[in-house]
Ligand binder design. Structure first.
Ligand SMILES: [Zn+2]
Ligand SMILES: [Zn+2]
Length: 147
């Protein structure tokens, strides 16, 4: 079987292969993602758990039940080098893999953006991107179209 996607942490302690296509690709600009990543926003590629094979050390997990996303989130990272591999949402069977850990990241285009209302002032969006005021998975996300 050939793997379309591969990746891992900086130190090589944790690697993964994916035998499937992304379910979703999105940047999240919420406060939770800003704080937990230490960056302006987090970008994820979602893969089905059944398509994902993680090898090496066990992911270190920080579970947070009080998030702006309105549901528990588990931040997952390497215990040795601290690289954030992504997020696990207990209610989903897809894993949010952090874009920056994918070997193929330069070939992956991201158009969707969520939690625009908390995005930092210097962040701008290309005209062809889809930008949502909050999230839209539960029907409450108001879609903001860039002019
Ligand atoms: Zn590592
Ligand atoms: Zn977020």
């Amino acid at each position: 079987m050939t793997s379309k996607y591969t990746g891992g942490c900086k130190c090589g302690n944790i690697t993964y292969i994916v035998n499937g296509e992304p379910q979703w690709k999105v940047s999240c600009h919420c406060n939770w993602c800003q704080t937990t990543s230490g960056a302006a926003f987090r970008t994820f590629v979602l893969f089905n758990e059944s398509d994902l094979k993680i090898s090496g050390d066990t992911l270190k997990s920080y579970e947070d039940s009080d998030t702006a996303h309105g549901r528990p989130m588990i931040n997952q990272f390497c215990s040795k080098c601290g690289t954030q591999l992504g997020i696990k949402v207990p209610s989903m069977d897809a894993r949010h893999i952090a874009l920056g850990t994918l070997d193929q990241r330069k070939t992956i285009a991201i158009k969707d953006n969520i939690w625009w209302q908390e995005a930092l002032n210097f962040v701008s969006f290309p005209n062809d991107s889809d930008v949502y005021k909050t999230g839209y998975w539960n029907g409450t996300g108001e879609r903001i179209l860039k002019s």
